[in-house]
Design a protein around this ligand. Structure first.
Ligand code: CA
Length: 218
């Protein structure tokens, strides 16, 4: 899961990044203008958006993003617990709210729920052929045997599973695993695919030559 965090509070932002970076890729921007530009550029899986921001206010970031066709689920963080703000946020296209202060466990649970909803999954378990995945525990098994997947192998597998039936381009996969700015070895993606295939079997992930990779719909 690829997250975009737009939050100007240094301590809170750092805390969220540190907590989530173990399991997810997080891009963090501290003002509304940059956050909005990143949102339009990177198509994250879920956006965590603070309302009180320098530059453009969080609600305006949200409105602009929705007008420009951004469909990613947005979780609003707010210290303002006035009902007006919540209603306005929902009107402008927010998907969920979290009032400060909140626990990181609560934040993570909400993020997973938004991600599942966006991908049409109603629960935290996913089955595909012999694979069983518990997205809450980030645990995968194949034919009942636990799989030991690295963080990037797991992310790669989930990205392909969520797009079942469609080709995912190399660029999208690289962005998903490494972010926009990281330099990476040109064959890094192939190495992860190779290692993943060794663990889950060669046939589940298909190479679409010159384009990317895919998994069949079912
Ligand atoms: Ca703020």
């Amino acid at each position: 899961m690829e997250l975009l965090l737009i939050e100007d509070d240094e301590l809170l932002g750092r805390g969220i990044c540190e907590a989530l970076a173990q399991d997810y890729r997080v891009e963090w921007f501290r003002d509304g203008q940059q956050g909005l530009a990143a949102l339009l550029d990177m198509s994250p899986d879920v956006v965590i958006l603070d309302l009180g921001l320098p530059g453009i206010d969080g609600l305006d970031v949200l409105r602009s993003a929705r007008r420009k066709g951004v469909t990613a689920p947005v979780l609003i963080l707010t210290a303002r617990d006035g009902i007006e703000d919540r209603i306005e946020g929902l009107d402008r296209g927010a998907d969920d709210y979290l009032l400060k202060p909140f626990s990181l466990a609560e934040l993570e649970a909400r993020l997973r729920a938004l991600y599942r909803r966006a991908h049409g999954r109603s629960d935290e378990k996913l089955s595909y052929r012999g694979l069983e995945i518990d997205t809450r525990l980030r645990h995968a098994s194949l034919d009942g045997e636990a799989l030991l997947l690295s963080r990037r192998e797991y992310e790669l597998l989930m990205r392909l599973l969520d797009a079942r039936g469609q080709v995912v381009t190399r660029r999208r996969l690289e962005e998903h695993l490494y972010g926009l700015n990281e330099d990476l070895e040109s064959n890094a993606l192939e190495v992860h695919i190779h290692n993943l295939r060794k663990k889950i079997g060669r046939d589940l992930i298909r190479t679409v030559r010159g384009v990317g990779y895919m998994m069949d719909r079912d």
